[in-house]
Design a protein around this ligand. Structure first.
Ligand SMILES: Cc1cc2nc3c(=O)[nH]c(=O)nc-3n(C[C@H](O)[C@H](O)[C@H](O)COP(=O)(O)OP(=O)(O)OC[C@H]3O[C@@H](n4cnc5c(N)ncnc54)[C@H](O)[C@@H]3O)c2cc1C
Ligand code: FES
Length: 343
C-alpha cells in the first residue's frame, strides 16, 4: 500500500510505501528534500504538512518542538503517510542527483591525526564508483543493523579511494571498534551518498563563512578541495574550533591551502588553549560574530558538534542578520544526543 506525496512549491510527486518515511521514499526516488541525520535529531528535514495525515515517530524536541508540531510542522525522516499528503519543503537542487547505493568498502589505511582522531582511507569498487557531492556522507552498515554516518573528507575524484576523519567516542559502538580492533584490509559495508550539506551555486558569489568544530572539518575539507579544483572565485573565511591545539588535527593543511587559494583565510580558535597558544580563543561561533557582526551579505556553512551548530544558527540569525536561508549545516548527532529529550 503506498500513498502519494506532493511537495510544494515544486509540485513534485512521489510514492511512499506504508512502512517507509517520507524522507526514505524521497531519497529512494531521488527527490531532493533537505535532510541531515535521518534520525529525528537535527531538524534539517523539518517541513510543513499542508494536507493529509501522517504518523510521526520518536524524535528530539530540539529537532521539532511541541509548538512547531502544533503549527503543522513535521520531520520528513520520522513521518509515515497514512493518506496521500501534501508537504511544503524547499527542495535542494542536486540533492538527489547521485543514486544511493550499498557497496563493500575495504579499509586501505588507518592513520592517527591526533590521539582521538584517525584518517581512514576506504577503497571502494572501481567498477561502480561512488559519486557524491563534496560535503555529503556515507553510512557504515553494522552487523546488528545499526548505522553510523561519516562525511567524506576528500572531494569527488577519479580515485576509488575516499578519506574519512573519525573521532573516538569512548563507549561508542563503532568508534570503539575503529580505535581498538579495526585493521587494514578489513571489509565493511557502506551506503551513500547521503545529505544535503554541500556548497550551493550562488550567482551573487556572496562571501562564505565555513565553521567547523572537531571532525566537522572533514566535509569542509572536501568542499575546499572542490572549490580549489573548480577555481571558485568566492571569498571564504574558515573558522575551525577545538578545545586544544591537537583538536585542529590538520591545522598545517589549512594553512597550506591559504597559500594555494588566495580567496581563503583561516582562523583557528581554541576554547581551552595551553599557555603557549597565541591565536584566537573562546567559542568558535563567537569569533565569527566578533569579526562579522553583520552577516546579512554572507552564506554560512557549519558542521560538527550539534551544540555548536545550534548556537551558530540561533545567534547568527537573531543577532547578526544572517538570513535563515543562508545557513547550511550538518550536525554530527550521536546516540547520546538521540537519548536526550524525546517526543
Ligand atoms: C550526518 C552525520 C555525519 C557525521 N560525520 C562524522 C564524521 O565525519 N566524523 C566523525 O567523527 N563523526 C561523524 N558523525 C558522528 C558519527 O556518525 C557517530 O555518531 C559517532 O562516530 C559515534 O559513533 P559510535 O558508534 O562510536 O558511538 P555511539 O554508539 O553512537 O555512542 C556515542 C556516545 O554516546 C554514548 N551512548 C550510546 N548510547 C547512549 C545512550 N542510550 N544514552 C546516553 N549515551 C549513550 C556512548 O557511550 C558514546 O560515548 C556524523 C554524524 C552525522 C549525523
Ligand atoms: S534529518 Fe530529520 S531530524 Fe535530522
Amino acid at each position: 500500500m503506498s500513498h502519494q506525496v506532493t511537495v510544494q512549491p515544486s509540485g513534485h510527486q512521489y510514492a511512499a510505501e506504508a512502512e517507509e518515511t517520507l524522507l526514505a521514499a524521497a531519497i529512494r526516488q531521488s527527490v531532493g528534500l533537505p535532510y541531515g541525520c535521518q534520525d529525528g535529531a537535527c531538524g534539517s528535514c523539518k517541513c510543513k504538512l499542508l494536507q493529509g495525515e501522517i504518523e510521526l515517530g520518536v524524535h528530539q524536541l530540539k529537532a521539532l518542538s511541541e509548538a512547531e508540531r502544533a503549527q503543522g510542522f513535521i520531520l520528513a525522516c520520522r513521518a509515515k503517510a497514512l493518506t496521500d499528503v501534501v508537504i511544503e519543503s524547499h527542495e535542494v537542487v542536486g540533492a538527489g542527483e547521485f543514486a544511493v547505493k550499498k557497496m563493500p568498502a575495504r579499509v586501505s589505511s588507518i592513520e592517527h591525526l591526533a590521539p582521538d582522531v584517525v584518517r581512514v582511507m576506504l577503497q571502494l569498487p572501481a567498477a561502480d564508483p561512488l559519486r557524491y557531492r563534496a560535503g555529503q556522507y556515507i553510512q557504515f552498515l553494522l552487523r546488528d543493523g545499526a548505522r553510523r554516518s561519516y562525511s567524506m573528507a576528500s572531494a569527488p575524484s577519479e580515485s576509488p579511494q575516499v578519506e574519512l576523519h573519525l573521532r573516538h567516542m569512548p563507549g561508542g559502538k563503532f568508534t570503539d571498534h575503529v580505535f581498538t580492533a579495526m585493521k587494514e584490509k578489513e571489509i565493511q559495508r557502506i551506503e551513500g551518498p547521503f545529505g544535503s550539506f554541500f556548497l550551493r551555486d550562488d550567482p551573487e558569489n556572496k562571501p562564505l563563512i565555513f565553521l567547523a568544530s572537531g571532525t566537522g572539518f572533514a566535509p569542509i575539507k572536501a568542499i575546499l578541495e572542490q572549490m580549489r579544483t573548480n577555481a571558485d572565485p568566492r571569498e571564504v573565511t574558515l573558522y575551525w574550533g577545538g578545545r586544544k591545539q591537537q583538536d585542529l588535527y590538520l591545522h598545517d593543511w589549512a594553512v597550506q591551502q591559504c597559500a594555494a587559494m588566495p580567496h581563503l583565510r583561516f582562523i583557528p580558535v581554541l576554547s581551552e588553549p595551553d599557555a603557549d597558544w597565541s591565536g584566537r580563543t573562546g567559542f568558535v561561533h563567537r569569533a565569527v560574530m566578533d569579526d562579522v557582526p553583520d552577516l546579512s551579505g554572507h552564506a554560512v556553512y557549519a558542521c560538527g558538534a550539534p551544540v555548536m551548530v545550534e548556537a551558530a544558527q540561533r545567534d547568527f540569525t537573531q543577532q547578526c542578520k544572517l538570513p535563515e536561508d543562508a545557513f547550511f549545516a550538518d550536525a554530527f548527532t550521536t546516540e547520546a544526543d538521540k537519548a536526550g529529550a524525546k517526543a
